[in-house]
Design a protein. Structure first.
Length: 280
């Protein structure tokens, strides 16, 4: 779920997101508010210029069914499309290129299903026209652009401030963790408040963080993104002047990670040096 997709949006910007973030967007009330307003406008509009069915209920059903199909198919479709695009082209995927097949699949399937149930005697060519396709692609593109450029970044900032890890029965904010060191059966968790020594395994910690949070430089060391500076040989320099060892087999991986996730702007000079008693 941490597979990252890079998308070229119509305004010229390149945005990126993981499938985990996409599912989080689907669960946000902000997206559903945007969708609800759009559905209301589309369902109450003129049946010729907007949806192709007569009657508010059928038009609303069309958009709801099309959305359900879109949401169910989007994740596996996106993974398959991204894999094919990476291996054939290698550049960020234009949003319109990614979107068109999915929108056509969703809306044509919804239109055919409703036509069979509610208007079985009506020729399909009256409902499934190029005007319908152009309208649906345009509407979907507007919603997708708004979601990627405004909703997802806002949710990402909010989520970063609230995300936690559970270690030894305690909850720690990920944004407060500078680095983690494994020492026998304990973890030294470095935070601005000091060093928490907790009886926990490194694997338990790693299961709860994402690639954009930080990097594991060594079997016993993990460094947060905002506290990683420069890779120099077998060590990773921190902004506070300290270093963390980098295993020989991880040096290329760490450099690739630094290139992919450069540290954000801000003060990350506190490496935490006050120890606290071990907690089990």
């Amino acid at each position: 779920m941490d597979h990252e997709m890079r998308i070229f949006v119509s305004n010229g910007a390149v945005t990126h997101f993981t499938l985990r973030e996409l599912l989080g967007l689907y669960q946000s009330w902000q997206l559903w508010l945007l969708v609800s307003v759009g559905f209301l406008i589309m369902s109450t509009g003129h049946p010729v210029t907007l949806p192709q069915f007569e009657g508010f209920g059928v038009r609303l059903a069309f958009w709801v069914i099309a959305l359900i199909i879109y949401l169910v198919v989007s994740v596996p479709y996106g993974m398959a499309f991204d894999w094919a695009w990476r291996h054939s082209v290698g550049t960020p995927i234009p949003l319109i290129v990614l979107s068109v097949p999915l929108v056509l699949l969703s809306t044509i399937t919804a239109a055919l299903g409703l036509a069979v149930v509610f208007e079985p005697g009506r020729p399909l060519t009256d409902m499934i026209t190029w005007q319908m396709h152009a309208r649906n692609i345009f509407v979907a593109h507007v919603f997708e652009t708004a979601a990627l450029l405004w909703l997802m970044p806002a949710l990402r900032v909010k989520r970063e401030d609230q995300r936690t890890v559970a270690l030894a029965g305690r909850r720690l904010l990920i944004k407060d963790i500078a680095r983690v060191k494994a020492a026998e059966h304990y973890l030294e968790v470095h935070t601005p408040a000091g060093v928490e020594v907790l009886r926990e395994r490194m694997s338990t910690f790693l299961e709860q963080v994402a690639p954009e949070d930080g990097v594991q430089t060594h079997r016993s060391h993990w460094v947060a993104r905002q506290h990683a500076s420069t890779l120099k040989g077998s060590v990773l320099e921190l902004p506070c002047g300290k270093t963390v060892p980098v295993a020989r087999g991880r040096q290329k991986q760490v450099q690739d990670w630094l290139d992919r996730f450069p540290p954000p702007d801000g003060d990350a000079s506190n490496c935490a040096s006050v120890n606290r008693a071990p907690q089990s």
